[in-house]
Design a protein around this ligand. Sequence first.
Ligand code: PA5
Length: 457
Amino acid sequence: MLTLDLRNLEETRVGAANGVDVAAETAALAPHLDAAADALLARADDPAAMLGWIATPGDPAPLDAVQAFADARRGTYDDVVVLGIGGSALGARALQAALLSPIAPPDAAGPRLHVLDNVDGDEIAAHLAALRPDRTLVNVISKSGTTAETMAAYLAFEAWLRDGVGDAWREHVVVTTDPERGILGPHADAHDLPRFDVPPSVGGRFSVLTPVGLLPAALVGIDVAALLRGAARVRDDVRLPAADGVTKRLAATQVWGARRGKTQTVWMPYASGLRRTSDWFVQLWAESLGKARTRDGARVHAGTTPVPAVGATDQHAQVQLFAEGPNDKLTTFVVLARDRQAARIPDAPDGLAPLAYLGGRRFHEVLNAEAAATAHALAVRGRPSLTLTLERLDEEAFGLLLQTLMWQTALVGEIWNVDAFDQPGVELGKRYTYALMGRDGFDDERADLRAAGVEAS
Ligand code: PA5
């Protein structure tokens, strides 16, 4: 279902300064990758290790609960609004883009999904003006149950529902949050709102296959059981010796790239449906691996900068830079072995004879030719890349892809010896925001800001 082509990483293709001897380097890194996978699997049940995402695909309880809720509410809403940010929003958006039609016809069977992940008053007001409260379900998602951006949007939507449907507003809200922490859970309980758990042992960016992503997906008709089925297969792959599986070799490419000075990692799927997966991957990679210190406290400033791209669109934009700018990038091309629609380009009519080479070809064939051509064009300039091929874009394959990328990130974190599951850099910004907005309990941060002359404009 997932295959990996590392030929454009070979030093014989891109030069010793940019590539590697894949067989030799795989053998050298294999013991470390195997140890890293074993260490992650060994800690998977330790709640403090934040590795709950490893077992999530095999746990039927959240799946059943999510599916039962979606089934019970089917036909009740025209629109589902997700309010969340970061890991509490990007997964739902990736699922929507990958697995639903890019055009939602007005009579589509399921409700439309809107993911609002910013505290942008214009965007929020536009949705409040366009949607009908009596036909809308709001899914507020915050693991911590305190994030200012999400809470601000939620206050606006709850008030809008109360105004629009009175006491029935409770039938238009569903809460997804940590079972113990934050203010959202108690709010849900106080008003008898349905609520789903973000497992305490799963961090936001690793939560797409928990109710965080599964509930919105089920509500709009995505086959969440198939998603989890695909994801569950990754556990078998990571148990394989490093040279035999996909996941460990995928992690290895990033370790090699960083060693060769590739400080940026481009993620470039050749599928419009995976455009939003690039955004999800960027957050996963950046927030997990961009760390000042190792787990032993040594200052390292680890990380490579993820660059989202999409083929073929970016061949007419960023690829110029990838080909001729600083040779500091490792590109992961993602292609689909098969498309869903098998759409063909019609034969060129008389008068458009120069386009005859396109006539009768499948769009998908053109897209994959573009991917292969771009990978080669980069290679001949000494720019390394790898190609990950996904058999097709359906729920099972997509679940497998998401889980593979989470494992890849966690394995690289192990090799680099950083904590891939915290985000101290993000937390500091959150605290300064609270201080600027006058929230109680942030006096030290307020003093810091005052001393630096920083104020909310
Ligand atoms: O990956 C993460 O942990 C973060 O991106 C969070 O998902 C993000 O900060 C939102 O947090 P919360 O779900 O607590 O509102």
